[in-house]
Each structure stands twice: as structure tokens, then as C-alpha cells.
Design a protein around this ligand. Structure first.
Ligand code: ADP
Length: 510
């Protein structure tokens, strides 16, 4: 999981933790590096001195310590020149290393290594080139030390000479002050480095943290501004698994919904305008016609009782058409507002359609249309329908098959109704061999006030509301209605309904 995807709380904890861990690790690494440097004998004299005490070489530091011990003993111990003193012990160690120790004062020699004469020590000092004091001298193989040790009562001259030490010599000589200075420098460097590392780590991690928080917030701000200015296509464009990522995703979903509802609103307004235009147009034609016939009667054009009766019948028919259209409009707006009650019941569609066709057949025959019903279902096909509303849908299909049948008398008009089951759906296909529609009209015919060319050329042939009412009704019943057609070959309307289980649906508890 990336840092970006962590929840914000964890991200902050992690960053704070890293702000401590990273500098500590780096400082530890630095200290480790310095220590390793010491091990490689490239470090400070202090470390070399410490480490070399563990090896079998003799270092300057050890030699210095030894002469310092003797010095101290002379100054602080009254019995320094007696057996068992530090002076004696250290001198013995020098002698084991092959060095000669000689300490003199005004009275003469106070201490000299066994089996060696004063002259020999002097000669050794000379051979090592030691004249004045204080001297601490290291050669390739040997060592010499000469110092004046001042006590309250006496002044001693201390000589340690070893032209050739019995032990190999290692390390460089560093004074204690130099070592202290080196340690101070190292501590200052480590502290300064620690401060710099803490600052750099803090800046880098804070920037990173603020970027992961600020980036989505900035993007959200931009998206909000875009929406405010009416741009509903501007997506936030940020994805991560943290809380802000979720907010961005939800914001995008909200934008999509808003876009949908805005386009729905636009469609709705457009539909409303189209509907008003449709109503005005469709009412003005019959009104004009009624006015014409009424003025015909009033002006005495209909001068015979037969003519007057014909005029009045036409006026009556036109008024009936208008009433039908107003009824349809009323029904459509009630369907739009979900104000039409639906009384659904579980019906076996095979027997329902067989009955429906028997009732419809005489009317179709009266219009010279042969009606055939074919049930291709392999089992009983149950669906939940409102009989009256579905009857309204089929009634419209029947009206259309009658209205748009071919005028050619040589063609035998027919309507085939086929029932089948497919993927959990019940399909009812209403196929006629009328004048048909153009392929591209298949979707348009369900639009409000849509009327095909043939319908438009004949004012009495419908108002273009029947199929849009049918689509609304099918939607309310959880089904669908679609069309396929070819100009001159007829139309196939497919009505689908979800297939239901007979038992569970019949159970009133379900
Ligand atoms: P209308 O009242 O005009 O028939 P509909 O909504 O029922 O309104 O139909 C819309 C249009 O679809 C019709 O004007 C017609 O052009 C076309 N249409 C519908 N059914 C048929 C059909 N069976 N054959 C040919 N055209 C049809």
C-alpha cells in the first residue's frame, strides 16, 4: 500500500514517526561510520589508543601513560622509590619491553633499571638523539623519554631509553588535549548533522504529507468552482484509498448525478415545450374543422337536412377525437406523475393472451385483418400485470395495426401474436404486415406526439400519444416495449415482462 492510500490519521502518525526514525537512523549510521573509520585506523588518536590497548603492539599512548604514571608517583608518593610503588611497577614493565629507566636528582641516581649503568643509559639517550627535556621521542623501533619532574622538595630528571623495543610499535601519538579536541569536533559535527537531518527530514516529510492532503483538496476546489460555473464535465481526477480519495470519488458521483438530473430537467423542459406545441397543433386542426362546419351550418351552406346531419356528424366525430386526445393527454400526465393506480395480479400469459385474442378477433375481422396467436412457451408463463392497463397497451397496438394496414386489397392483412420465454423474461411479439415504418423510426415512434409520415398526412389517424402511453404503462409494470420495422413490410412490436414464479408470487405473505 502506498503512503497516498493510507488513512489520514495513519499517514500523520507514520510521518511523525519517520521524522524521528530517519534522523535517529542517519545519526546512528554516522556514528557507526565514524567508529568503523576508527577501526580502519583512520580515525582519531583516542580510538586508536583505546583499541591498541587490546592488541599486542605498544602505542605511544600507552608509553605516555606509563611515563605519566611514573611522573605522578614521583610527585604524589613519598615512597615512590621503594619496592611495590607504581614507579617500580611501571619501570619493570618498561624493562620487560626492553627499555631502561633512570631517575636522578641532585644527590645522584635514585632509580635505574637493573644490570645497566648510568653511562649506558646516557649513551642510549645520545644514540636516540635526546639532549634537552622534555622529550617524547618515537623512532622506527625505539623510544626515548626525558623530563624534569618537579616536587615540592626535589627536582628529578627522568630518562627512559629503548633503542629497540621488544614489542612492535603501533599507532600515532596524540596528546590528551588533541584527543579531547577531536572528540569535541566529532560531537559538534554529529549534533550539527543531527539538526540538519531533522530539519531536512521534517521539511521533506511535511511537504509530502501536505501534498497528499492538499492535492485532493485543491482538486476538489477546482471541481467545485467548475460546477459553480456550470461545467458538469469537470471530474476531480484524483483517486486514492484514503478518506480524501473517497470524498473525491463521492464528489464525482454527485457531479454525475447532478449532470443526469440537469440533463433530465432539460429533457423534461424540452418535452414539456414539445407537448404544449403538440397539443396546440393537434387541437387547432379539429377546432378549425369544427368552426368550418359550424359556420357552414350558420351561413346556410348546409342547406338541406341531410347536409346539416352530415356536418353535425363530422362535428361530433371531431369532438370525439378531441375528447380521445384530451383523455390520452390526461392519462399520460397522470402516468408521468405516478398518479395512475396499478392493480397488479399474477396472470398466466398463455391463457390471458388466448382469451384476449378471442375477444379481439371479431373486431380485427371486421377490419379485414386475420389475427393469429402462437404460444411457444415450454412452461406456464406467469407475469404480474394490471389487466386493464396491459389491455390498453394491446388496444393501442391493435388500433395501430388497423390504422396502418395496407390499403392494397390484394394483400391479406394479418396480425401474428407470438408468446415465448427468454432469459427470465416473457416476450409478446405483435407482428403485422401493414405499411411499416422506416428502420430509424423504431425508437422515435415511442416519443410524445410522434407521428409517422402516413399518420401526419391523415389528420384522423391518431395523435402520436398511443405508443408513448404504452411505454409508460410497460415501465410501471417492470417491463418494456420496443419496435422493429421495415417500410412496406410491417412492424414487429415486442412487449417484455419479467417472468414470475407462480407459487411464491401467489403467497400473500410474499
Ligand atoms: P398514433 O396515434 O399516431 O398512432 P402512436 O403513438 O400509436 O400514435 O404511434 C406513433 C407513430 O408510430 C404513428 O404515427 C405511426 O407513424 C407509427 N406506427 C405505430 N404503429 C404502427 C404500425 N403498426 N404500422 C405502421 N406505423 C405504425
Amino acid at each position: 500500500m502506498k503512503l497516498k492510500d493510507l488513512p489520514i490519521r495513519k499517514k500523520i502518525i507514520f510521518t511523525n514517526f519517520m521524522m524521528i526514525v530517519i534522523p535517529v537512523l542517519i545519526v546512528l549510521l554516522m556514528i557507526g561510520g565514524i567508529i568503523i573509520g576508527f577501526f580502519m585506523k583512520e580515525g582519531s588518536g583516542a580510538a586508536i589508543a583505546v583499541l591498541d590497548t587490546m592488541s599486542d603492539t605498544v602505542t605511544n599512548y600507552q608509553l605516555q601513560m606509563m611515563v605519566d604514571y611514573i611522573n605522578e608517583d614521583i610527585v604524589e608518593n613519598e615512597n615512590a622509590f621503594e619496592q611495590g610503588s607504581i614507579l617500580n611497577e611501571m619501570s619493570k614493565q618498561f624493562e620487560e619491553m626492553g627499555a631502561s629507566v633512570m631517575i636522578t636528582d641532585e644527590t645522584g641516581v635514585r632509580y635505574i633499571s637493573p644490570d645497566i649503568s648510568e653511562d649506558t643509559v646516557e649513551a642510549q639517550m645520545d644514540s636516540l638523539g635526546v639532549q634537552d627535556s622534555p622529550v617524547f621521542l618515537r623512532t622506527e623501533e625505539g623510544f626515548a623519554y626525558k623530563a624534569i619532574v618537579q616536587t615540592e622538595e626535589d627536582t628529578f630528571i627522568m630518562n627512559v631509553a629503548a633503542p629497540e623495543l621488544a614489542y612492535p610499535i603501533g599507532g600515532d601519538y596524540h596528546t590528551l588535549e588533541a584527543i579531547k579536541l577531536q572528540i569535541k569536533i566529532i560531537l559538534v559535527v554529529i549534533c550539527a548533522a543531527a539538526v540538519i537531518i531533522i530539519i531536512i527530514t521534517g521539511i521533506v516529510l511535511s511537504k509530502n504529507l501536505s501534498r497528499t492532503i492538499l492535492t485532493p483538496v485543491q482538486k476538489l476546489g477546482k471541481a467545485t468552482a467548475a460546477i459553480r460555473s456550470g461545467d458538469l464535465d469537470h471530474s476531480v481526477g484524483y483517486s486514492s484509498a484514503d478518506e480524501l480519495g473517497q470524498v473525491c470519488v463521492e464528489f464525482d458521483k454527485m457531479r454525475e448525478r447532478l449532470k443526469e438530473s440537469v440533463s433530465m430537467e432539460t429533457r423534461y423542459v424540452q418535452q414539456k415545450q414539445e407537448m404544449i406545441a403538440g397539443i396546440s397543433h393537434d387541437l387547432s386542426t379539429p377546432i378549425t374543422s369544427i368552426k368550418g362546419y359550424v359556420s357552414g351550418i350558420l351561413d346556410g351552406i348546409a342547406d338541406t337536412p341531410e347536409k346539416r346531419k352530415r356536418y353535425l356528424c363530422t362535428i361530433y366525430d371531431t369532438a370525439c377525437d378531441m375528447e380521445h386526445m384530451v383523455d390520452n393527454l390526461f392519462l399520460l400526465s397522470k402516468l408521468d406523475m405516478d398518479k395512475t393506480p396499478f392493480y397488479s395480479e399474477l396472470v398466466e400469459m398463455g391463457s390471458y393472451l388466448a382469451d384476449y385474442c378471442s375477444e379481439l378477433r371479431p373486431m380485427m375481422q371486421k377490419n379485414d385483418i386475420t389475427l393469429a396467436f402462437e404460444n411457444r412457451c415450454t412452461s406456464l408463463a406467469w407475469a404480474k400485470i394490471d389487466r386493464m392497463q396491459l389491455g390498453r397497451v394491446f388496444g393501442n397496438l391493435a388500433d395501430n395495426s388497423i390504422k396502418y394496414k395496407k390499403a392494397d386489397e390484394c394483400v391479406k392483412s394479418r396480425v401474428n401474436i407470438v408468446l415465448c420465454q427468454e432469459n427470465g423474461l416473457i416476450k409478446i411479439m405483435w407482428i403485422d404486415n401493414g405499411i411499416g415504418i422506416r428502420e430509424e423510426e423504431a425508437k422515435q415512434i415511442f416519443g410524445r406526439f410522434y407521428r409517422g409520415d402516413s399518420a401526419r398526412s391523415n389528420a384522423t389517424k391518431g395523435s402520436g400519444l398511443g405508443l408513448s402511453i404504452a411505454r409508460r404503462i410497460m415501465g410501471h409494470m417492470g417491463g418494456n416495449i420496443s419496435a422493429e420495422g421495415r417500410q412496406g413490410l410491417g412492424v414487429a412490436i415486442t412487449v417484455t415482462l419479467p417472468e414470475r414464479e407462480e407459487k411464491s408470487e401467489k403467497n400473500p405473505d410474499c
